[in-house]
Design a protein around this ligand. Structure first.
Ligand SMILES: Nc1nc2c([nH]c(=O)n2[C@H]2C[C@H](O)[C@@H](COP(=O)(O)OP(=O)(O)OP(=O)(O)O)O2)c(=O)[nH]1
Ligand SMILES: [Mg+2]
Length: 138
């Protein structure tokens, strides 16, 4: 008897943790029809072929929330298996940006104080990110 295991491709995602001068962090609400729809996320999206993570992050943050990224530093990576998708989140701290945040794709965006982050419903993969933010900026 042979058992076949479907191999799915892990999706590489560039994710930005953006903090403003009031120590608030930018969250966006994933549109309902998307994977993990209705949950709050840190803006970002898939790294395309031939792109570096920083390039992907810069492109996605412009496309999704209209911010121009000037400085980033790498924070952590998280490999997570959802029942329907496998992701590799490449999370970067955004230390410099210009512009005003808007939800360009019709999504809600919100600046949230660090200590209020635990009141939001995030995808399961995000738990270590929240822990790290609380640890780093206390
Ligand atoms: N941006 C972002 N994605 C996250 C977070 N947590 C988490 O599990 N994800 C998952 C959800 C999705 O499966 C994947 C992101 O893919 P996406 O569909 O938003 O990618 P994208 O922005 O390139 O969108 P699209 O072009 O495919 O429409 O990563 C997070 O905090 N931010
Ligand atoms: Mg996205």
């Amino acid at each position: 008897m042979s058992v076949s295991i479907a191999k799915t491709k892990r999706i590489h995602v560039a994710v930005g943790v953006i903090m403003n001068s009031d120590n608030q962090i930018l969250l966006a609400k994933r549109l309902n029809h998307l994977h993990q729809g209705g949950k709050w996320e840190f803006p970002g999206g898939k790294v395309e072929q031939g792109e570096s993570v920083t390039q992907a992050l810069t492109r996605e943050l412009k496309e999704e929330v209209d911010l121009t990224i000037t400085d980033t530093s790498s924070l952590m990576t998280i490999s997570h298996d959802y029942p329907d998708k496998q992701v590799l989140l490449d999370i970067h701290w955004v230390t410099g940006f210009t512009g005003e945040a808007h939800g360009i794709e019709g999504q809600l965006v919100k600046w949230v104080s660090k200590l209020d982050l635990q009141d939001y419903d995030f995808p399961d993969a995000n738990k270590p990110i929240i822990d790290k933010i609380l640890e780093l900026e206390s």
